[in-house]
Design a protein around this ligand. Structure first.
Ligand SMILES: [Mg+2]
Length: 389
């Protein structure tokens, strides 16, 4: 048996984009497409690892110079590679840009390689599964053109029928009174026993956010996501301290360094790191441990394909529950993971779909990420050149 998965021999970076039949929107904008950056890493011993992140084709071009830094490095030592990228980029504040994208995708790919080499799933490399099934909620209920309520309510009822015990809807794209009315109608449609979350995507100032929180205070809202701009810690802290509804945020923050202040100062009741932005498996684990130590809930964000979904499932499988009790309840003392249900042709075709059972998804048990990639899909949705390093 070989004692190493080999050195990093090549890295391919692809920008994929798929057009949608119908646009959908949230407080900030409408979208007519879905996109993702996919990283393929091959070692000198022919092990292949997959990672992904967000950004544009330009992000891919910026990632190229960082990829050049790690070619020839021992793929087994993930810490050393991460340290090297941090050393080379943090001093110049490059983590605000492509560096956090690159390190996220690379770290996931390195864990995939390591698991395949050791013939173990990533959760085993992280110390072993505490749970084999991760509770999830449906993300959908975006705005449609003209803001019709009927398809919105039909969608909400569809999630109940599929077996979801929780769902999240958008607010912040209409006046607070009009949005509050939609929240009331949604609650009425799904009944009192389904968890309902609202997400403003940074739409409000602190006073308006509190007013919105008040308007929906009878609708049993489980959390109010991103009321104010994510990096406006003062406003978010004000809303967290004054809202009866728990406040969440952090999907766009990078690295454990950015989360350290948010967690230690209780800026949010619930933090929502995204494995594609925070810095991959390594940084997600650091943030998860920190949150646990400070008694802050962690319910990760997800907006990618099966690659990052598998990676975050592994991370959540080793995340301890917040408070020990005989009953481990999702939303209460156990993390819940976002399960994006909006149209995403690349996500639907690139890997097998994850099966929903009891409003949970099973952690993959095969080596590495534990998923198969359909490489034809990479060609189908490729935009621009493949970046080869
Ligand atoms: Mg969100």
């Amino acid at each position: 048996m070989l004692n190493s998965a080999g050195t990093i021999q090549s890295i391919e970076i692809r920008y994929l984009e798929a057009k949608l039949d119908k646009p959908f929107g949230w407080s900030q904008r409408w979208t007519t497409s879905r996109s993702i950056i996919i990283l393929k890493l091959t070692t000198s011993e022919n092990y292949v690892g997959w990672g992904e992140t967000y950004g544009s084709y330009n992000t891919c071009l910026e990632m190229k110079s960082l990829a050049e830094l790690v070619i020839g490095h021992d793929s087994d030592n993930i810490n050393k590679i991460n340290n090297k990228i941090f050393d080379q980029t943090f001093q110049s504040h490059a983590f605000a840009g492509a560096a956090s994208s690159f390190v996220s995708a690379l770290d996931i790919a390195l864990y995939d390689v390591r698991g395949k080499f050791l013939n173990e799933p990533i959760s085993t490399l992280l110390g072993g599964c505490l749970k084999r099934n991760i509770p999830v909620y449906a993300t959908g209920l975006y705005y449609l053109e003209g803001f019709p309520i009927k398809p919105h309510l039909d969608e909400a009822l569809g999630y109940v029928e599929k077996g979801f015990t929780g769902m999240k809807m958008k607010i912040g794209g209409l006046s607070i009174n009009d949005d509050a009315k939609r929240v009331n109608q949604t609650r009425e449609a799904i009944g009192p026993n389904i968890k309902l979350m609202i997400d403003a995507n940074e739409a409000y100032d602190k006073r308006t956010a509190l007013e919105m929180s008040e308007l929906v205070s009878d609708d049993k809202i489980t959390w109010f996501e991103e009321p104010c701009p994510s990096r406006d810690f003062h406003s978010n802290l004000y809303v967290t301290e004054n809202s009866k509804i728990p406040i969440s945020g952090g999907e766009s923050l990078h690295t454990s360094l950015e989360f350290s202040r948010v967690i230690s100062e209780n800026v949010f009741d619930i933090i929502q790191p995204d494995i594609c932005s925070v810095g991959g498996v390594s940084e997600m684990r650091k943030v998860g441990s920190m949150a646990n130590s400070f008694g802050v809930k962690i319910n990760p964000h997800f907006w990618g394909t099966g690659i990052s979904f598998a990676a975050v499932l592994h991370c959540m499988s080793v995340q301890p529950i917040l408070n020990n009790s005989q009953i481990n309840s999702p939303y209460e003392n156990q993390s819940v993971l976002e399960f994006d249900q909006t149209p995403h042709p690349i996500r639907d075709e690139l890997t097998d779909r994850f099966i929903l059972k009891n409003s949970s998804v099973e952690v993959p048990q095969k080596p590495g990420l534990g998923i198969e990639i359909n490489e034809e899909v990479l060609d189908k949705y490729l935009k621009g050149e493949i970046i080869n390093v």
